[in-house]
Design a binder for this molecule. Sequence first.
Ligand code: SF4
Ligand code: SF4
Length: 151
Amino acid sequence: MSCNGCTLCCKVLPVPEFNKSAGEHCSDCGYSGCLIHSVRPDICRNFFCCWLRYKWEEDLRPDKCRVVFELVPGCSTYVGTVDFKGHLGKFSRSDSLESWIIGVVNRNRAVVLSNGSQRQVFAPNGVGSNQVLGELKFAYEKWMKQLEGNK
Ligand code: SF4
Ligand code: SF4
């Protein structure tokens, strides 16, 4: 698996081991990737975004569509962290991203976009945003407990 030069997760996601906050560039990130690849922390070593893991189309590569998508185990909702700090309503989504979101919702799955301070929920017909966020929170907390138990 190759990130093909994308480094977006090294910016938009937090790395607690380095006190790196979400949205700030990791100081160990070079133009084409991690400068400390062989000794990077486990949180980086174990991270594979959906684009990489599921071999999504090139237009949805995170540095192109400006969103890093993940799945929380036990939950079908795609969670996208957006590389955009302002009001999410001003985030200009690409045609590919828009049509992908519409396709996901039509297949009865939800998408949540987040930029750290705001969330935008795309839910299938008849499913409320609160239900999507509640199920996501439940799955995330269960996952965190499992990870704690494995330490
Ligand atoms: S966001 Fe995905 S493709 Fe981009 S660097 Fe991270 S894991 Fe690789
Ligand atoms: S340590 Fe490497 S892989 Fe981890 S966030 Fe920094 S640059 Fe990215």
